[in-house]
Write a protein that binds this ligand. Structure first.
Ligand code: SF4
Ligand code: SF4
Length: 69
């Protein structure tokens, strides 16, 4: 099963991965979470829907997303 992992303490909360990049629309900015650098990180809403396409990984300006196929 493909899996996407957000490294929440590296994420800068820019939202690029959440902006119509994911074909399954499973990435959002977590309004309820603040990471160790003070940013609201991205989170995965439904891991089982991830197709492992890597689009989120490619657009992220930080090394904050890992995708496993
Ligand atoms: S790997 Fe593809 S399907 Fe999975 S979260 Fe990233 S953009 Fe969405
Ligand atoms: S693109 Fe990267 S840094 Fe920006 S919100 Fe997504 S995971 Fe965080």
């Amino acid at each position: 099963m493909p899996e996407v992992k957000i490294l929440k303490d590296i994420c800068k909360g820019c939202g690029l991965c959440c902006d119509n990049v994911c074909p399954e629309n499973i990435l959002i900015i977590s309004a309820d979470t603040i990471n160790s650098n003070g940013y609201h990180p991205a989170m995965v809403t439904d891991q089982e829907k991830c197709k492992g396409c890597g689009f989120c990984y490619m657009i992220c300006p930080e090394p904050a997303i890992e995708v496993y196929k």
